[in-house]
Design a protein around this ligand. Structure first.
Ligand code: G3I
Length: 378
């Protein structure tokens, strides 16, 4: 109780008062390891909920806009840009001393209608050039990094069907990095995707990174999104990916971390926003509350993951949670609408969950992870 109250009042002073006392906020606890980020939505940027804002200030030193820097928001009509929310986010981050990871310049999803309707290759190329140049140059000294290209790959490592692949060929990825580098020379440039810890898709990402490098273009990092299920966190693949990506000379980041506790309606793990399944009660087993056993399993999963990240902290730049509280997670409505999921570190009342405490305890050398369902770390 006292611990929770302290968290909500003045966490940053705790770590400053004593060097030996362990930190009880995330960004300070892991300050020697990596940045700790969160995704924010429009209400969070407007600081609509002061208690939530306090949590963000206390625990995170990096921020990713969940939606407001996607193309359909920034350029809703051809040539008409709307930077209002993105500018507010940049101001908010500056006030809070957080770095912004801007998300995302080129993505097949959430494109403006006028782009989705394009038929001519020249029109697509013009949008591509104009959008990257205008947006990346506006934020060149204001954001720390860009997800330059998001989700360009299929599960088997081949290029995913998109208007950019269709009209510009596979070279659009290199081209996007080249354009971003030209107008924003100091910003870190990343490739971001889900499931790229999986061997075949990972091989595709390695191929793309090598293509960018072979063209003499800069790529600073790769973002493994990290949308996983508590029953199936791929620890071995994650560790292999950290090693293989960093061997290419790029930073590794976990950029959209959340761990679903709900049944997966599909045969395989995906974070494809287009994947949808029908609601039925069996798909929503914890509508009233989360059983202690599942809460513990979730906490153990997070603990094992973050221990693995700490083990490779020299290769990892940032860990970003895809939201703060379970109430705001996209996983309540995806891939099945209207479920009650529990994938993050703070509950619907904004109280820290067992997973949060176990992460903090990693730095206090207290292991709570007695679970046998997680692989031993190498
Ligand atoms: O803005 C409209 C609003 O006007 C309307 O009233 C409302 C009605 O449904 O929809 C609002 O748009 C929603 C938007 O989020 C903003 O809240 C969309 O329906 C909804 O589909 C959209 O979902 C986002 C999703 O990307 C869409 O692509 C999620 O919030 C966001 O978490 C998710 O983020 C992606 C990453 O960018 C890339 N990796 C996967 C990740 C999770 O899907």
């Amino acid at each position: 109780m006292v611990f929770a109250a302290l968290l909500l009042t003045n966490c940053s002073s705790i770590s400053k008062t004593s060097e030996t006392k362990p930190s009880s906020n995330l960004k300070d606890a892991f300050k020697d390891d990596f940045l700790i980020g969160t995704a924010v939505n429009v209400d969070q940027i407007k600081e609509a909920n002061p208690q939530l804002a306090q949590l963000e200030i206390a625990h995170f030193n990096a921020v990713t806009p969940e939606n407001i820097m996607k193309a359909e928001v920034l350029q809703p009509e051809k040539g008409r840009y709307n930077f209002e929310m993105a500018d507010q986010l940049v101001d908010l981050a500056k006030r809070r001393n957080m770095v912004v990871n801007a998300h995302a310049l080129i993505w097949h999803s959430q494109l403006p209608r006028f782009v989705r309707q394009m038929k001519e290759a020249d029109s697509v190329k013009k949008f591509f050039n104009d959008h990257i140049t205008t947006v990346a140059s506006r934020y060149k000294d204001k954001v720390y990094s860009w997800d330059v290209v998001n989700e360009a790959l299929n599960e088997d490592g081949t290029m995913r069907k998109s208007i950019f692949l269709d009209k510009m060929g596979e070279g659009f990825v290199v081209e996007a990095f080249k354009l971003a580098q030209a107008v924003s020379p100091k910003t870190k440039l990343y490739y971001n995707d889900y499931n790229i810890e999986q061997p075949k898709k990972r091989a595709g990402a390695i191929r793309l990174i090598k293509q960018i490098q072979a063209a003499g273009v800069r790529i600073d990092g790769v973002g493994i999104q990290g949308h996983w299920n508590v029953n199936n966190i791929p620890f071995k693949d994650i560790e292999e990916s950290i090693l293989e990506f960093s061997a290419l000379g790029v930073d590794v980041m976990f950029t959209e971390l959340d761990v679903s506790v709900l049944p997966n309606p599909f045969d395989s793990n995906t974070a494809d926003v287009g994947a949808r399944a029908e609601y039925n009660a069996k798909m929503n087993p914890y509508a009233a509350s989360l059983p202690d056993s599942v809460q513990k399993k979730l906490a153990d999963g997070y603990e094992s993951l973050v221990k693995l990240f700490v083990k490779h902290k020299d290769k990892i730049g940032r860990i970003t949670l895809w939201g703060v509280s379970d109430a705001d997670s996209w996983l309540n409505d995806w891939p099945v609408r209207g479920r009650t999921n529990y994938p993050l570190l703070f509950d619907r009342e904004l109280k820290p969950k067992a997973a949060f405490h176990q992460l903090i305890n990693i730095k206090n050398n207290v292991s709570s992870n007695q679970g046998t369902n997680h692989v031993q770390l190498k």
